[in-house]
Design a binder for this molecule. Structure first.
Ligand code: GRF
Length: 347
């Protein structure tokens, strides 16, 4: 389990979406929410979701980054997600969490980024400039405002009759998809760099998938997590550890449940077929070496998928398929040649 923190300054719909995306699974956990303002909606929302939330006045963010770092360390936070956070992050925190602080920005960076470009200002500027496309970007935070490497970016169309508000709503929709995706990528990259973490054994209560079991039997190294149904568990819209829907504003309940559905849309991209059983059959019945290559690609399909690398997963699936065919063709050819020779008594 990798703990992450969200920092937020306002409504917090992205923060809520991250909690709903991750906290019912067993890979990533939003363990902490830090804010720089009192009396903002995100505080109540996070508390209702059971996420510890701490307010630090702006003076602390400015002058005492060590206090922030201490809290992050005490909660074993590995990755930070800035979800509409308006204070500057001090260099000390950026250095300590280098490559592990993500920010979501409501434009296609580098366009419409930098000083003054936040919230409604961005959408107003996009519409005034007559753009036909806008979007959202998740990038790594560096000491230069809105200028860190882009992790995920997605476009939305700007229609002639769009207002800043309608554009904002469209951009929010894609934000709910790309932010969890970027968090997964960053956590996967971090865990790869710290093998002791990524090798954490799968908890015993999680059933082994067929692929895991086969890979283990065949002695193929495989630290892949269990395969769907867990897509549902991992991105459930009704996390087990959530407190019941609050008696608070109705609009909040509605938003939360629709966001849960959007989070699930991320996982609705099905994992490509692994073809593992076919690979094994080919290894046994046809040509062994290409069959084994097919098995290796099969194991990669699910590991790439759970790293958030859907393209890599698709490539591995296609490669497994190709090597199954190669194994089959070579198997048929060699048997076809061998049989007449055997019958002729040459072997
Ligand atoms: C989002 O549009 C995000 O891109 C920007 O601030 C907004 C926060 O919205 N950085 P919310 O508080 O998550 O609803």
């Amino acid at each position: 389990m990798t703990n992450i923190a969200v920092f937020a300054s306002g409504t917090g719909s992205n923060a809520v979406n991250l909690v709903k995306s991750f906290n019912s699974g067993n890979r990533i956990h939003v363990a902490l929410c830090l804010t720089d303002r009192e009396d903002i909606p995100v505080i109540e929302k996070m508390r209702e979701l059971g996420v510890e939330t701490i307010y630090f006045p702006r003076s602390v963010w400015k002058e005492n980054p060590q206090a922030i770092l201490d809290v992050l360390k005490s909660h074993d936070i590995k990755v930070i997600a800035l979800a509409g956070f308006l204070s500057f992050i001090k260099e000390e925190i950026i250095n300590e969490y280098e490559g592990r602080i993500l920010n979501i920005h409501p434009s296609l960076l580098p366009a419409y980024g930098g000083k003054g470009m936040h919230g409604g200002n961005v959408h107003k500027a996009v519409i005034e400039a007559g753009e036909t496309k806008s979007g959202a970007t998740v990038h790594l935070v560096t000491n230069d405002l809105d200028a860190g490497p882009i992790v995920v970016q997605r476009e939305v169309e700007v229609l002639p009759d769009d207002s800043p508000e309608s554009l904002e709503a469209k951009v929010h929709e894609v934000e709910y998809l790309i932010f969890p995706e970027a968090v997964m990528k960053t956590v996967a990259a971090f865990n790869k760099q710290t093998p002791s973490e990524s090798n954490t054994p799968t908890p015993p209560d999680i059933p082994k998938s067929v692929d895991d079991a086969w890979a283990e039997t065949l002695g193929i190294p495989n630290n892949v997590p269990p395969i769907p149904n867990t897509a549902q568990t991992h991105f459930s819209s009704q996390p087990n550890n959530m407190s019941p829907t609050p008696a608070g504003p109705t609009s909040y309940s509605a938003t939360a449940s629709s966001m849960g559905q959007r989070s699930m849309a991320l996982q609705s991209e099905q994992m490509p077929p692994t073809y593992l059983v076919w690979s094994i059959i080919m290894t046994i019945l046809c040509c062994t070496i290409p069959g084994i290559v097919a098995i290796i690609f099969s194991a990669k399909v699910s590991s790439k998928y759970y790293e958030g690398d859907l393209d890599g997963s698709r490539r591995a699936s296609r490669n497994a398929e190709i090597w199954i065919i190669v194994s089959f063709v070579l198997g048929v050819l060699s048997n076809t040649l061998y049989l007449p020779l055997a019958l002729a008594g040459l072997f």
